[in-house]
Design a protein around this ligand. Structure first.
Ligand code: ADP
Length: 402
C-alpha cells in the first residue's frame, strides 16, 4: 500500500518547539492534523509530548535538568519518534513558522542556502525569536537534506498595509533602513480571514477588526480581505498588554528608566517582555484564566486594563478602515473567555456592537445580538494549518488545499 503524503509543521521558540503533522487526503485535497506535540523546557528539564488527532496522549517523555539536552538532540528525538510512529505516512515537506520576513519577503519562501542567509540577516529585527526559527530550519536541512522546507512568516500578511500605517514619525533614514511597523500574528489573521469569508462571503469587501487575544495579543484591520493596519509594530511589544509584555508604552518611560534607574538593555528587555502585561499589573499570573478565577483586586485590575486597551484598539482599527462591518475574536482568550468578549464588547456599544449573552456563553460562531449593528464572531484560529497549506502550495503550485 502506498503511504499518505504528509507535511510536518514546526514552530520553534526559545524554550519550546511545537510540531504537527498534516496528512493530505488526496481525493478531496483536504489536510487533516494527525499528530500534534511539543518539546517544552528546552535548556532545562525538557519534555516531549505528542497527541493524536483526537487529543489522546501518545507520548510523554521527560529529561531531568542535571545536564540539559542540546536543542539538536531534542529535535532529532522528536523527528525519530514521528518517523517511527507514522508508519503509514511519508513526510514530503516541512513548513516553519518564522517570525520575521522583513520588508522584502511578503510570501512563503522555499528554503535553500540563499533563503537561510536572508532569514539570518533579519535576526536584528527579531533577536529573541528569529534565531530559533532559523536554527530549526538549519538543523532539519542537516538531518534530512532531501526534505523540501518552506518558511511562512508572521509579518507577511501585513505587507499590504499602506505607508501611513507602516511608518513611524521618525527621521526618514531610520524608516528607510527598516525601523518601521511590520506587524505579527499574520498567519493567524490570514487563516481567520479565510475562514470567516468562507462562512460569510457577503463580508468579502467588508471592514473587519480581528482581535487575536492569546499569550501574545494583537489586533488587525482587514479590509477587502487584506491587512490595512495592526496594533503590533516594529516588535511584538507594541499594541495591547499581553501575558508578560507591556503593549504600547510611552518611549519617555524608557528614557526615564535609563536615566534615573541606570537600567541597561537586558534589564529593560526583561522588564518589557517578561515582567509586564497581565503578570506585571496583577503581580499574580500571566494567565488570563487564572486571573479570572481569582478574586484579588489586582487581578481584576489587570483584566480591566486588558479589556480597556483592546476596546481602544478596536476603535483604532475602525478608524484605520473608516468604519467597521464585523468584529472577530480569536486565539486562547478570544476563543475561550465569554467574560472577556463581553467586557470588550460592552465598551464598544457606541460603535454598534452588542453581544447576545446566551450565544456568547455557548461559544457560537456568531455571538452578536439580533439588533447589533455590527456582527460579532468567534473564529478559532489555526496557524499550523495555514502553514501546511502554504507549504504544500509553494511546493505544488496550482494544487489547491481545502
Ligand atoms: P499563545 O499565544 O501561546 O498561542 P494561546 O492563544 O493558547 O496562547 O492563549 C493562551 C491564553 O488563553 C492564556 O492567557 C490562557 O489563560 C487563555 N485562556 C485559555 N482558555 C481560557 C479560558 N477558558 N478562559 C480564559 N482564558 C483562557
Amino acid at each position: 500500500m502506498s503511504k499518505h503524503q504528509s507535511c510536518l509543521v514546526l514552530n520553534a521558540g526559545s524554550s519550546s518547539l511545537k510540531f504537527s503533522v498534516f496528512r493530505q487526503q488526496a481525493a478531496a485535497g483536504n489536510l487533516n492534523a494527525i499528530l500534534t506535540g511539543q518539546i517544552s523546557g528546552i535548556g532545562g528539564a525538557a519534555r516531549f509530548e505528542a497527541k493524536d488527532a483526537d487529543r489522546r496522549q501518545l507520548a510523554d517523555h521527560s529529561w531531568d535538568d542535571s545536564e540539559p539536552m542540546p536543542r539538536e538532540k531534542l529535535l532529532r528525538f522528536a523527528l525519530h519518534w514521528i518517523h517511527e510512529h507514522l508508519v503509514d505516512d511519508e513526510i514530503v515537506a516541512a513548513g516553519h513558522r518564522v517570525v520575521h520576513g522583513g520588508k522584502e519577503i511578503s510570501a512563503p519562501l522555499r528554503i535553500d542556502a540563499a533563503a537561510i542567509d536572508a532569514l539570518e540577516a533579519l535576526v536584528p529585527l527579531a533577536p529573541l525569536h528569529q534565531p530559533h526559527n532559523v536554527a530549526a530550519i538549519r538543523m532539519l536541512a542537516e538531518i534530512y537534506p532531501e526534505l523540501s522546507q518552506v518558511a511562512c512568516f508572521d509579518t507577511a500578511f501585513h505587507a499590504t498595509q499602506p505607508w501611513q500605517a507602516r511608518t513611524f514619525a521618525l527621521p526618514k533614514e531610520l524608516s528607510d533602513e527598516g525601523v518601521c511597523k511590520y506587524g505579527f500574528h499574520g498567519l493567524s489573521y490570514e487563516y481567520v480571514t479565510h475562514s470567516l469569508l468562507a462562512a460569510r462571503p457577503e463580508l468579502a469587501n467588508g471592514r473587519i477588526a480581528i482581535c487575536h487575544l492569546g499569550n501574545g495579543s494583537s489586533l488587525c484591520a482587514v479590509q477587502a480581505g487584506e491587512s490595512v493596519d495592526t496594533s503590533m509594530s516594529f516588535s511584538a511589544l507594541d499594541g495591547v498588554p499581553m501575558g508578560t509584555r507591556c503593549g504600547a508604552l510611552d518611549p519617555g518611560v524608557l528614557l526615564y528608566l535609563m536615566r534615573e534607574k541606570q537600567m541597561g538593555l537586558e534589564e529593560i528587555e526583561d522588564l518589557l517582555y517578561r515582567r509586564s502585561g497581565l503578570l506585571g499589573v496583577s503581580g499574580i499570573s500571566n494567565d488570563m484564566k487564572v486571573l479570572q478565577e481569582t478574586d484579588d483586586p489586582d487581578a481584576r485590575k489587570a483584566v480591566e486594563l486588558f479589556c480597556h486597551r483592546v476596546a481602544r484598539e478596536v476603535a483604532a482599527m475602525a478608524a484605520a478602515m473608516e468604519g467597521i462591518d464585523a468584529l472577530v475574536f480569536t486565539a486562547g482568550i478570544g476563543e475561550n473567555s465569554p467574560a472577556i468578549r463581553e467586557m470588550i464588547s460592552r465598551r464598544l456599544g457606541w460603535l454598534g456592537v452588542q453581544v447576545d449573552a446566551a450565544r456568547n456563553a455557548g461559544r457560537q460562531f456568531e455571538i452578536s445580538a439580533a439588533d447589533s449593528r455590527i456582527p460579532v464572531f468567534v473564529v478559532p484560529t489555526n496557524e499550523e494549518l495555514m502553514i501546511a497549506k502554504h507549504t504544500l502550495a509553494v511546493l505544488n503550485p496550482g494544487v489547491g488545499h481545502a
